[in-house]
Unconditional design. Structure first.
Length: 402
C-alpha cells in the first residue's frame, strides 16, 4: 500500500517522518511539500490513499484532490484541517526508507544515519518531481526512476544499474553508428537513383525529340526549307537550354548533399566527443549515484541527431522528387507547345498552298475553255468556208444534181 501525504509545512512533514520512522509496517508513505510535485508523483505511481491539507501554497486541497482523481479514480482521498492529525489505518506504519538495504550492507549504523540525514536534507532542498528522473532501462513499458527511488537502491543495486547503463550506452553507440552507416548507404543510393533518373529523362527527351522531328518531317513536305531549318534550330536550342538548366539543378542538389553530409559528420564528431567527455566524467565522479545521473543525456543527443538526419534526408528527397516532377512537366509542356506551333504553321502553309493551287487550276480551266472556244469557232468557220467552196465546185461540174 502507498500513502501520499501533502503538506506545505515542511516542519510538519519532518515530524511525520520522525513519527513514521519509529513504526514497522509494509506501508510506503511518500511525503511532498509541493502540490505540483505530488500531482506528478500520483500521475506516474500507484497511490492508494491521499492525505492533503486544506490549504496549500500553490492551490487548495480540494483542487489537488480533483486533479489526482482524474488519473487515479480509485484512490481514497482525505482533506485534513490545519491541526488535524493523519488517521493512518492499522496499528502502525512507517515511511518508505529509500536506503533500505540488505543485511550487513552498510559498514556501520553511523553511515546509515548519515545517508538518511543526507536524504532528508536533499528532500528539503530539492522537492522530488519529474525533473529529477533517471531512466532505469529503455525497454518499452518501463517507467523512469525518480531521484527518490534511485537513492533508495543499495550499493549492489547501484553497481548493477551502472553496469546495465554502460551496456546500454555501448549498444546505443553501436546502434547509432549502424544507423549512420545505413543513412550513408541510403544517401549513396539516392545519388545513384538521381543519376539514373537524369539519364532516363535525357534519353526520353532525345526520343521525344526524334519523334517530333519525324512528325515535323512527315507533315512539312510542302513547307519552305529555310523556315523548317529555322524551326529545327530553335527547337534544338530550346532542348539544349532545358538540358543545361536540368544539369545546373542536379549540380546544385549534389552540392547541397555534400554540405549536409559534412554538417552531419561534424555533428557525429561532436556527439563522439560528448560521449567521451561523459565517459571521463563517469570515471571522475565522486559518487556512483551522481555519475549515474550525469550520463543520462547521451541518449537524447544521439536520438536527436539521428532524427534530424532522417528528417533532412526525407525533406531533401521530397524536394528532389518535386523538382524532377516539375522539370518533367515543364519539358512536356514545352515539347507539346513546339509541336502544336509546328502543326499550326504546317496547316496554315498547307491551306495557303491548296488555295493557290485551286486558283491556278481555276485559271487554267478558264484559259483552256477560252482557247477551246476560239479553236471551235475557227474550225467551224473553216468548215463552213470549205462547205461553200465545195458547193460551188459541185455546181460547176456537169451532171451535177441539185
Amino acid at each position: 500500500m502507498t500513502i501520499l501525504l501533502v503538506d506545505s509545512d515542511k516542519r510538519a512533514l519532518d515530524r511525520e517522518a520522525q513519527r513514521l520512522s519509529r513504526r514497522q509496517s509494509g506501508i510506503v508513505v511518500v511525503l511532498h511539500s509541493s502540490a505540483a510535485d505530488a500531482e506528478k508523483f500520483a500521475m506516474h505511481h500507484d497511490v492508494d490513499i491521499v492525505y492533503v491539507r486544506e490549504k496549500l501554497d500553490e492551490m487548495s486541497g480540494q483542487e489537488l484532490v480533483r486533479r489526482i482523481l482524474r488519473f487515479r479514480p480509485t484512490a481514497e482521498c482525505h482533506v485534513l484541517g490545519p491541526e488535524e492529525d493523519i488517521p493512518f489505518a492499522g496499528a502502525s506504519c512507517r515511511e518508505w526508507d529509500p536506503f533500505e538495504t540488505e543485511a550487513n550492507e552498510f559498514d556501520s549504523p553511523q553511515e546509515e544515519n548519515t545517508m538518511v540525514g543526507a536524504l532528508v536534507n536533499r528532500m528539503e532542498a530539492k522537492p522530488l518531481g519529474r525533473h529529477y528522473s533517471f531512466a532505469k532501462t529503455e525497454r518499452e513499458g518501463d517507467l523512469p526512476m525518480t531521484e527518490h527511488e534511485l537513492r533508495g537502491l543499495g550499493r549492489r543495486q547501484l553497481l548493477e544499474l551502472m553496469l546495465e547503463q554502460g551496456k546500454e550506452m555501448e549498444s546505443s553507440k553501436a546502434a547509432y553508428e549502424k544507423d549512420l552507416d545505413f543513412l550513408k548507404a541510403e544517401h549513396e543510393r539516392d545519388l545513384e537513383y538521381l543519376k539514373a533518373e537524369h539519364e532516363k529523362e535525357t534519353s526520353q527527351l532525345k526520343k521525344e525529340l526524334e519523334q517530333a522531328k519525324a512528325a515535323i518531317k512527315e507533315q512539312a513536305n510542302s513547307v519552305n526549307e529555310a523556315e523548317l531549318e529555322a524551326q529545327k534550330s530553335q527547337f534544338e536550342q530550346t532542348v539544349e537550354s532545358l538540358k543545361a538548366q536540368h544539369q545546373q539543378d542536379l549540380d546544385a542538389l549534389r552540392e547541397e548533399h555534400k554540405e549536409e553530409t559534412a554538417h552531419l559528420r561534424e555533428e557525429l564528431e561532436q556527439a563522439k566527443k560528448s560521449l567521451e567527455k561523459r565517459e571521463i566524467a563517469l570515471n571522475e565522479a565522486g559518487s556512483i549515484a551522481v555519475a549515474a545521473l550525469q550520463i543520462n543525456g547521451v541518449f537524447e543527443a544521439a536520438q536527436a541527431a539521428s532524427q534530424q538526419y532522417i528528417e533532412n534526408i526525407r525533406s531533401l528527397s521530397d524536394r528532389q522528387a518535386a523538382i524532377c516532377a516539375q522539370r518533367d512537366v515543364e519539358n512536356r509542356v514545352e515539347v507539346e507547345r513546339k509541336l502544336k506551333e509546328a502543326e499550326e504553321k504546317c496547316a496554315a502553309m498547307e491551306y495557303a498552298s491548296k488555295r493557290k493551287c485551286e486558283a491556278m487550276e481555276q485559271e487554267a480551266k478558264q484559259k483552256s475553255e477560252a482557247y477551246w472556244t476560239e479553236v471551235s469557232r475557227r474550225l467551224q468557220s473553216f468548215y463552213e468556208n470549205h462547205r461553200e467552196l465545195k458547193r460551188l465546185l459541185d455546181f460547176g461540174t456537169p451532171g451535177a444534181q441539185f
